[in-house]
Design a protein around this ligand. Structure first.
Ligand code: GLU
Length: 547
């Protein structure tokens, strides 16, 4: 039988007593309950004990509302907290959950079995996180999910099921350096979040900071993204913890082939279909496809998407994420009554997403005031000549040394006054530190996870319209889907057909999300998440539970 040490922080009332009894009466879990009646006593207790879980009553003497959660975290970081609320207190309880508490329970509606299940989930989740998933990005993905789950009153069991990925594979793999003397060993991952919807789908990232939590967060976002766009895939993601810019072409090829071999049992055209992400490209996908095909003894183009057109890649896939983002921006501009040919934009990141988004915006007459990459930002108050900037980057590898505009730091650039801000680089860019100073009307997310939860609230309060990542950057996986369909059906579509289909799907998803957000008076990100989560939850319920 499990044993759980619980700290009960609540005034002494009949309800508190009932909670204590429900816990001690459990036949499946043995509870050791430590009760305190004042917040100060709780904080003092945490200096000497390390409980598995805390129950925090919103009416505890000495309490300060949602801040109490942070005070508990300061005393014992990572302590899972379940909030106990009265029916009049639900708002404050919900805010505490948004700050990171596990969940809240209504005191007058306590149910023995549900309570024990709740506590076990909270404690298990904490233990698993501490072991493997401790990552700010995974925390962000989970908190976004929990916020949406709570608003949509998602079934408890499904919520727990979706909170962690269904399958994760962690591998270590060696590859030979070009001097043929050194062998480097690196860590790689492939994570499949949900296997309910069809094969799983998602990119492979090469980056020195990749970890299991980050890959899991992105796999979870892929699930919501595919469901939101009505694509028949669950979410997946992969990654190798390495800086690809420090590798020669031959080293990258050896690394890719070995990584493919390590994950080969997990992938396949009907199983899990990788694609490019940060640090990988068409060439990497070609090596992956070749390695897989060599193993099975025939050419299998459908095992990856985002590969070169000569190998069965799709027209328009390379620029699809940028193009899809600009389709979404056009829809948002219409809703906000903004004229794109009289608007200004700032684009953070000049990789595959940012450079194409900047180009398509410029083609619509938008003045792109600034763009950036790892070397910093380039700014021109009249708008940059995007084609010339792209040419420079193609020749020199980055914006470094480019004199087509003034140099700014990344932070200065994010805070420039503009109509449209496009974060298309890394996660965690718009935070509570800079959200008050962001000056755009429309934030169009090309990157995955560029905005933190706290920043979301600030932007919402300030009336900034957000096209959230799972909608904004969904053009990539949508054209990946077209590529997979063409490969598996042995047919090809023209660029116009691809772009028309992409436009229809992006515009449809945008309108669904907008209607949902307006109808329920919720922010656009939460509406997009709920659209995606709801589809997955329905599919899970209809499929039923095996065995
Ligand atoms: N890596 C891209 C994303 O985050 C594309 C995934 C795919 O095409 O499967 O959406």
């Amino acid at each position: 039988m499990d044993s759980i040490h619980a700290l009960l922080i609540a005034p002494s009332t009949p309800e508190t007593q009932q909670l204590g009894e429900l816990l001690t009466d459990s036949s499946t879990v043995r509870f050791r309950i430590d009760s305190v009646e004042h917040m100060d006593q709780a904080l003092a207790r945490l200096r000497t004990t390390r409980p598995d879980i805390a129950f925090l009553d919103t009416a505890v003497p000495g309490g300060q509302g949602p801040d109490d959660f942070c005070r508990l975290q300061n005393a014992f970081a990572g302590l899972p907290v379940i909030v106990l609320a009265g029916v009049d207190d639900l708002c404050s309880a919900a805010q505490t959950v948004q700050c990171g508490a596990h969940s809240y329970l209504v005191k007058s509606e306590l149910d023995g079995e549900a309570l024990i299940r709740h506590v076990r989930h909270a404690v298990r989740r904490r233990r698993a996180e501490a072991d493997e998933f401790r990552s700010p990005m995974f925390h962000l993905a989970q908190q976004q999910f929990l916020k949406a789950a709570q608003l949509m009153r998602l079934d408890d069991n499904i919520r727990e099921r979706l909170l962690h990925p269904q399958r994760t594979l962690v591998v270590t793999l060696p590859f030979r350096r070009d001097d043929y003397r050194h062998v480097e060993t690196v860590i790689g991952y492939r994570v499949q979040h949900v296997l309910t919807m069809g094969p799983t789908k998602g990119g492979i990232r090469y980056h020195e900071d990749v970890d299991l939590g980050e890959v899991s967060a992105m796999a979870m976002w892929m699930t919501w993204k595919c469901a939101l766009m009505h694509l028949p895939f669950g979410g997946a993601k992969g990654g190798v913890r390495i800086d690809p810019t420090a590798l020669s072409r031959a080293e990258k090829q050896r690394l890719t082939r070995r990584y493919t071999m390590e994950i080969i049992d997990m992938i396949g055209p009907e199983r899990d279909i990788p694609a490019p992400d940060m640090g990988t490209n068409e060439q990497v996908m070609a090596w992956l496809m070749d390695t897989y095909s060599q193993q099975v003894g025939r050419a299998v183009p459908a095992v990856v998407t985002g590969k070169p057109v000569v190998l069965g890649g799709s027209q328009g896939r390379k620029e699809a994420t940028g193009r899809g983002l600009v389709f979404a921006i056009q829809e948002a501009a219409q809703h906000l009554r903004m004229k794109l040919d009289q608007s200004t934009a700032v684009v953070q990141g000049f990789g595959n997403v940012g450079s194409h988004a900047a180009r398509f915006l410029a083609e619509l007459g938008t003045r792109v005031l600034a763009v950036s990459d790892v070397s910093g930002a380039l700014y021109h108050p009249q708008g940059l000549p995007i084609d010339a900037v792209s040419e420079y980057v193609e020749q020199h590898g980055s914006l470094k040394g480019c004199t087509l505009g003034e140099r700014l730091t990344n932070q200065e650039m994010l805070e420039l006054p503009c109509d449209i801000l496009v974060p298309a680089a890394l996660q965690d860019q718009i935070t509570k530190e800079n959200a008050e100073r962001i000056q755009c009307k429309l934030l169009a997310e090309g990157a995955n996870g560029p905005t933190t939860l706290e920043a979301d609230e600030i932007l919402d309060r300030r009336g900034v319209f957000v096209i959230p990542d799972i909608l904004g950057n969904a053009g990539g996986v949508t054209v990946s889907y077209f590529e997979w369909v063409q490969d598996t059906q042995n047919l090809t579509w023209t660029l116009d057909e691809i772009n028309d289909r992409l436009h229809t799907i992006m515009a449809g998803a945008f309108q669904r999300v907008l209607n949902h957000a307006q109808g329920d008076s919720i922010d656009v990100r939460t509406a997009a998440l709920i659209e995606g989560i709801d589809r997955v939850a329905k599919a899970k319920l209809i499929r039923g539970l095996f065995p």
